[in-house]
Structure formats: structure tokens, C-alpha cells
Design a protein around this ligand. Sequence first.
Ligand code: G6P
Ligand code: ZN
Length: 542
Amino acid sequence: MIRTHSVTPFKDQKPGTSGLRKKVPVFQTPGYTEAFIQSVFDSLDGFRGKTLVIGGDGRFYNREVIQTAIAMAAANGFGRVLVGQGGILSTPAASHLIRKSGAFGGLILSASHNPGGPTEDFGIKYNIGNGGPAPEQITEAIYARSQVIDRYLIAEGDPVNLDSLGTFERAGMTVEVIDPVSDYAALMETLFDFDAIRDLIKGGFRVTFDAMHAVTGPYATEILVNRLGVDPASVLNATPLEDFGGHHPDPNLVHAKHLLDLMMGPDAPDFGAASDGDGDRNLIIGRGIFVTPSDSLALLAANAHLAPGYKDGLKGVARSMPTSGAADRVAEKLGIEMHETPTGWKFFGNLLDAGRCTICGEESAGTGSDHVREKDGLWAVLLWLNILAVRKQSVMEIVEKHWAEYGRTYYSRHDYEAIDTDKANGLMAAIEGKLDSLAGTRQGALTVEKADSFTYHDPVDGSVSRNQGLRIFFEGGSRLVFRLSGTGTSGATLRVYMERHEPDPARHGQETQAALAPVIAAAQALAGIREWTGRDAPTVIT
Ligand code: G6P
Ligand code: ZN
């Protein structure tokens, strides 16, 4: 029986960089989750009888929202729902499943790397039939709909048993509970030389992977342990927990500090990696060396042809604007297209669909390729392992050789989290107000060459996205970017991105913050961060 419930619009259902993210109690407000899901369905056309993929990262409230989404999909006329066992699907696995099953789209329930639990974060994101996040036209339509919505539809009945594999019926709709790992693992086997990686590991190469009590636990166990022979004791925090064990499942140098310490310590394994809450981010650390995401993108682009899935070379490379220019130098050398997009994986979708790029990446620890339409944490780990297996060199050697060839791009991001929204907007507006008059001015020890607010012109569909971050280019090639995060759930987060290219190999051994000191000083001189935020130091430095 299908029921229509009336609802009054919630004013705050504007999707951010990656779907709607709020605290769990907000999603628990009566009608809130339903109103958003109905707004998604109301913004789509032609899904009657078609398939919807539903899965999440297993965080607190995942199971409840999955039941709601199934009941609403049935009431709205979907023909079939595919859902991961236990409600689990990593974001890249969901993307693959949407593509493989020819689904109309999918709902991915996650707040990515944000903490989970009764008072922590939750999120809902809609992905389209290509497996990627809905483009801005759709997220804007969803928001517009959410502002006027007056009812939602839900099928009454018993919840689906998410724990047993099989096919069930829910109000005339088929629900298939599927193994969340097997299709994804099979896809990885088509891209990488598992025999070579297995031999590497059999030969004593030690790998440590930290699943951070998040969704990649079962994937890493199946792929790294069962198929590649990694010691099970080296897959850390492999059991997904609703609250990620009370931690931030964010694979950065702050929240995965234990991994960094291990990799810098006397008994470091050869290769350390971690992934985030929903499995799309990656952290790569070699023995004694952290590989920045921007460098990792460049290195993967330069070496991808060593893996079977990319042996014919790359069609192009894409990176988000705040990501460093290290990959640009690789694309230039390879003679392939390079695209600079706004922050957010959704902007890569058109380029990937049009065959304009094969590998993409972001400074926010995301790398991926045209195998799915999301970034993919374990994919990055496996591509690294494949490259290491072929080159038979350490991570450090590979990175240093790369720098010697292309130059080193020192890179860092300073985050000021949970600052007052008005102050954050004020700071950005103040910089924006003087952008046009910055060229030629001194900021600390640097001279501004040019400055602008980044606008993206999508070369595939012609759409234009404005206000995607403020860029300041300095004479000598350093760059500074200011942006407000679109993924936070409390207050505002100011992100300050800094980079400096150093061609001289004799100067590649500097400490990153020291190498960037002039750019850091210019950021303070230009933006008055301390005065606006009242903070002496960033919350997180990556
Ligand atoms: C998510 C998105 C990424 C984005 C990142 C940071 O992980 O999928 O595409 O780069 O958030 O976004 P933010 O707006 O917080 O800087
Ligand atoms: Zn994520």
C-alpha cells in the first residue's frame, strides 16, 4: 500500500560539493530525509520500471535510511533496487554497480571522511546512470524542488532483510541484496596485473593498509589479503563500525597519523595506504616518504601504462583547480589533454564520458580513472602496487626520480575549520574585492602576477560554473588559492592552497612548510586570516 504524506519544505536542503551532508539529528527530523529523497525522485524523468542502486558506507543511520529509500523507490515506481548486503557499498563500488547493471541511477549514503555516530555526520548523494555524481543542473533542480515540496510517497510494509543475499519483493518492486565486494574485485582484476603484485608480496614486499573502521575493510580483506597474499594482520581496522571507532575516517596526516608514524619509523613496511569512510579517497606513504595527492596523481599518470588496464596510454588527465600543477607537466610531456575543473568529482564526469581524459585527481586525496565515475581509494592503491611490482624500485626512488625529471611542486593545504560563516564570507569577499588591483603588488616577499576568481567552462556540454575559488599567481610560478569548503556541516571551513614549483634537484629535499614559507606569508599578508578568523594556526595542514 502506497501512502502519500504531506510535508513542509526544509530550507537547508542544498546539496554541497558532494550531496546533502548534515548532522544525523537533522536527518532524523520527521520528514527531513523523506523530503530530500522525494525531491531527488521528483527531479528525475523516466525511471519507471528501472533499476536504482542503493548503498552506503555503513555509518550510523545507514540502515534506517536504506529502508526508507527502498520504500520510497517502490512507491515512486522504480522496478528494481540493488542494495549491498548489510547496506554496504563503497562509493566506487556503487558507481561500478550502477554502470554494470545499467541502472537509472543510485543513492549513495555517506558523509565520506566526516565522523559518524548519533550526533555526527550523515549524507545522501544522487548518482546518475553513468555512475557519477549528479551534475550541477540536477543538484540545482533537486534543491529547487526541495523548496516547494509538499508531499512524499512511501510504500508501507516490512523492512527488507539487508543481511541475507537474495531477491525479495517490496510493494511490487524487486529488491536484490547483493555481495558488495565481488563485482568490484572482478573489475580490479581486469585493470591490474594481480600475478605481478602477488609475486611482489610473496617476495617480501610489505604492505600495510588502514581501512579506518570504514567501508573498505571487506574490500581490502578480499582483494589485498585473499587475492594478493597480504598478511591479514597488515590490514588495520578492517571491521566497518557505525562510528568508525570514534575517529575521523579521513586518510590525512592528522587522522592517519599512526600510519605516518609507522611509515617514518624504524620498522616501516615498504608501502602504507589508507582509505576514507566511503572508500573513495586514498593516502599513499612509502617507507620514509609521504606522497602528496597532487604528486600521486602526476606519478600515476606518468606510470599508468605499466598496468594492463592502461597499457595503451592515457587519453588525457584532469585535475581540480586547487590541485597542484604537477600532473600538467606529465600531460605536457605525454602530449595529451589536460583539464582543470572545479573542486568536486562531478566535474570529471563529462570529460570521462567524452573520452577526453583517462585519469583524474584532486588534492583532497582522490584519484580515479574512467573505470568508474567516482574517485577510487583501492584502485589508487592497486595501481601503485602494480607500478611498484613492475619498476622494482621503492616508493622513495620512484618519487625522487619523478621530481628529478619534472621538477618538484611543493604543495600544502591549510584548513581553518568550523569558523564563523559570516567571517569566512567576509574574508572571501574582501579578497574578491581587491582581486583586480592585486597584480603588481607585493604580498610579503612575493609579487602578484595576476589574480582571478576561477570560472569553469565545461568543454563537453558548454555549461559554466562561476565562483569556484580565488587564485593568486605570483611571479616566479608560486600559486595561492582561497576557497570555502562545500562539504562541512558546521560553520565554514576556509581552505588555503599553496604551491611552489622547484626545478632544481639540489633543492628537492626541503621540508614542505619551510619551502612554502613565502607563499604562506603572502596568504596572511593578503587575506588577514588571523584577523578575520581569530585563529593563530590552521586546524589541519595537509
Ligand atoms: C569530496 C568530493 C571531492 C572534493 C572534496 C573536498 O570528497 O567528492 O570531489 O574534492 O569533497 O571538497 P571541499 O568542498 O570540502 O573542499
Ligand atoms: Zn569519501
